[in-house]
Design a protein around this ligand. Structure first.
Ligand code: NI
Length: 388
């Protein structure tokens, strides 16, 4: 579409971003952020749905009687990090910082909502605007899904800023983009004894060590060399005294994968190896699997439509490398086809760094991209040209 984003709107979005940046809130504590969004959406006459959410919200624009429903998601939470950017609008809240740029996502999608509201009469369907809490702990998407607000939603779209991509560059990739992030804990139960009388005990440290070593065979011997995955043991606790055989050892770690089959194989092998090795050492074992977000799997057709819009806007499109970081956007993709893109924000520091910053020129670019992408999706879906 041929239109310009009003300069005063761009200035306002930058101002709002700086205000959000100065007042970051952690996962499930985004009360002021939510209140601010309610105030702004109300000011622009955008409908907010009455949902049982403590923080975060869902708004909507358009009419579901005129066509399909799509959803755009922005995450709104910050991280427990002490900011060290020295920016004039640095965090006022000690040990809290928008170090992952969710303040940028929030205003990019807010600006999109404001523009879509202007074009509301012409929208061929409905656009849901999701301001999601608690992405950083991987739990907010599930809260939104629980409300059932997405039962008729045909397509989900969302973004993450990317400091290593220049302004005006968009990372679009079909298929896997970001990893699943599961946790596990293994508890080995042996029997204590005098350290000088080991035959009277069952050494849980030795058993756990053998399990840990064997776990490192999963990637090399149970997963195809053409796949990528990570198994990392990151904590190991056992023993209380130098002269006592420890009766209990507990270790934990994480598994990252880019597809559902690999994820299942690793989970199965983790259980089998723990059981078999413990059995060999006459010890008992308990394996606790803590499922996190699945991998982000992008839809091929949506990726093509997004590329078309990006080209129209003279954005440079690249195919980004997969990242082993996770994103709870993936929970939406369990039931709804979607696309998660990387937006170039040209910063010197990576996500979660205390000096993380982004270039605000990306704000109007993201507004324009998501506005046009939403309109194109509604048009394509309502014409049934594309069956997603
Ligand atoms: Ni993030």
């Amino acid at each position: 579409m041929n239109y310009d984003i009003p300069t005063d709107l761009i200035e306002r979005l930058i101002e709002i971003r700086r205000e959000l940046h100065a007042n970051p809130e952690l996962a499930f504590e985004e009360y002021e952020t939510t209140a601010k969004l309610v105030q702004l959406l109300t000011e622009y006459n955008i409908r907010i749905l009455p949902l049982p959410l403590k923080t975060g919200l869902v708004a909507e624009i358009g009419d579901e009687n005129k066509g399909p429903t799509i959803a755009i998601r922005a995450d709104i939470d910050a991280l427990p990090i002490q900011e060290e950017t020295g920016l004039p609008y640095s965090s006022k809240n000690p040990n809290k910082m928008h170090a992952c740029g969710h303040d940028f996502h929030t205003v990019g999608i807010l600006g999109t909502a404001i523009l879509l509201k202007k074009f509301e009469k012409d929208l061929q369907g409905k656009v849901q605007i999701i301001f999601q809490p608690a992405e950083e702990i991987g739990k907010g998407a599930l809260e939104i899904i629980k409300t059932n607000v997405l039962k008729d939603t045909k397509v989900m779209i969302g973004m993450h800023n990317k400091p290593d991509l220049p302004i005006g560059t968009l990372g679009i990739k079909s298929g896997p983009l970001m990893a699943s992030a599961d946790g596990f804990t293994v508890e080995v139960k042996g029997k204590s004894s005098h350290a000088a009388v080991p035959e009277a005990g069952l050494d849980s440290i030795l058993t756990a060590s053998h399990i840990i070593t064997s776990l490192q065979s999963i990637i090399s011997r149970s997963i195809s060399p053409l796949e990528s995955a990570v198994v990392s043991v990151t904590k190991f606790h056992s023993g209380n005294a130098w002269n006592v055989i420890a009766d209990k050892a507990v270790f934990s770690g994480t598994v990252r994968t880019f597809n559902h089959e690999v994820r299942q194989t690793i989970k199965d092998r983790l259980g089998e190896i723990s059981d078999s090795v413990s059995n060999a050492f006459n010890s008992e074992v308990k394996v606790i699997w803590n499922p996190g977000p699945p991998p982000v799997m992008n839809d091929d057709k949506l990726a093509l439509i997004a590329q078309g819009i990006a080209h129209q806007q003279n954005l440079k499109v690249i195919e980004p490398k997969m990242t082993a970081a996770s994103e709870d956007f993936s929970y939406y993709l369990n039931d709804i086809p979607g696309l998660f893109v990387f937006f170039g924000t040209e910063g010197n520091y990576e996500w979660h760094h205390p000096q993380f910053d982004l270039d605000e020129r990306a704000i109007p670019l993201s507004v324009k991209f998501f506005t046009d992408f939403s309109i194109a999706l509604l048009n394509e879906l309502s014409k049934n040209v594309v069956t997603i």
